[in-house]
Design a protein around this ligand. Structure first.
Ligand code: ZN
Ligand code: ZN
Length: 375
């Protein structure tokens, strides 16, 4: 079938994207779902910093690529062997399709699925196949098995989680990346304990989802840190007990004073070495620094090893919030429906396909939290 999709053909073009237009809205040919695959009508897709990182070249991927990895939609058709989904089901897409058989999958860590890491890197679906082609017949890569800035997507069954159909799909989309990653970093990776102090450094969609998760987990102090005052004000409205602008002199000392030596858990959600350094400095003795940021792969962070040892610190990476998506997405949706994880407040704007480039300008400038593409 012919579909419209946002295709990136060249990484690293200069902003403003409203002028340079790195995303072209193209007509592509989408092949029918193969064995174990599903055709989904995309209803809503969130704009995430990881999309921007592909556009600006910080996270290199094979091009041409149809972008978009945080989405929800409705099942249109299932391929052979898919017996547990049917047309009309509402689904959230997950950007790591777990194979179920590799060692990380068997250990209950599907976010680290090895075959999925290979196929996501190659730009194919988990099957190793490509279902997208351009008008000249050339192969167009899938973005982490999802490619949701498109009217329709063919994805692996294992990239989908069925959800409660009463949930608006523009809210459901956020659970595929921002909430799964942010709240998951709090619940699964850090295992935040009630009554403890948590700091979140970097308040985009993932960071603010982590902040909401910390409130839900019962943290007594929830400290929000960013370089944009508007985001700090938003954090306050979402339950942050204290806010700090990281550009202010003495920010780390002020947080250490406030908390009597630092927080039990600091979460780095900005994807920069400076943010990582700040997060580590505001973590207390015996505490844990978690990072879910994805900086440019050439960047390094100098670690003070003696503090790691002498203060028994823990530094942990968190990918998709250490999620088991089929378990966690329904749980987080349940919290949302109970009013305890109000992620709808992160939705700042709705955009259409032809407005994507300008929307990424707003994201790059920190002028929006979560913009959602709707069809
Ligand atoms: Zn994302
Ligand atoms: Zn696996």
């Amino acid at each position: 079938m012919r579909i419209k999709a946002a295709v990136l053909r060249t990484m690293g073009v200069r902003a403003p994207y409203a002028d340079s237009r790195p995303l072209a809205i193209e007509e592509l040919e989408l092949a029918p779902p193969g064995d174990g695959e599903v055709l989904v009508r995309v209803v809503a897709a969130g704009l995430c910093h990881s999309d921007l990182s592909v556009i600006n070249g910080d996270r290199p991927r094979p091009v041409p690529m149809a972008l978009g990895h945080e989405a929800a939609g409705v099942v249109e058709e299932v391929g052979r062997g898919v017996t547990d989904l049917k047309a009309g089901d509402h689904v959230v897409m997950v950007f790591v399709p777990s194979c179920g058989h590799c060692l990380p999958c068997m250990e209950g860590r599907p976010a680290l699925c090895e075959p999925a890491a290979v196929t996501n890197g190659a730009g194919s679906l988990l099957s190793g196949e490509w279902r997208l082609h351009g008008s000249g017949g050339e192969r167009v890569n899938h973005h982490v098995g999802v490619s949701a800035f498109a009217e329709y997507a063919v994805v692996s069954r294992n990239s989908l989680v069925r959800i409660d159909p009463s949930l608006p799909l523009e809210h459901a989309a956020l659970f595929g990346c921002a909430v799964l990653t942010g709240a998951g970093a709090v619940f699964n990776t850090a295992r935040v304990q009630p009554g403890t102090s948590v700091a979140v450094v970097g308040l985009g969609g993932v960071g603010l989802s982590a902040l909401l998760g910390a409130v839900t987990a019962g943290a007594a102090r929830v400290i929000a840190v960013d370089i944009v005052d508007g985001k700090l004000a938003m954090a306050k409205g979402l339950g942050a007990t204290h806010t700090f602008n990281a550009t202010q002199d003495g920010c780390a000392d002020a947080i250490r004073d406030l908390t009597g030596g630092g927080v039990e858990t600091a979460l780095e959600m900005a994807g920069s070495p400076q943010a990582m350094d700040l997060a580590y400095r505001i973590t207390r003795r015996g505490g844990t620094t978690v990072t879910a940021g994805l900086p440019n792969p050439t960047l390094r962070w100098p670690l003070n090893i003696v503090s790691l040892v002498g203060e028994e610190r823990t530094v942990k990476g968190s990918y998709i919030g250490s999620a088991v998506p089929g378990r966690d997405i329904p749980r987080y949706i349940g919290l949302f429906q109970a009013g305890r994880l109000p992620v709808d407040k992160l939705l700042s704007e709705r955009v259409k396909l032809d407005g994507l480039n300008a929307a990424f300008d707003r994201l790059a400038k920190g002028e929006s939290i979560r913009q959602v593409l709707t069809f």
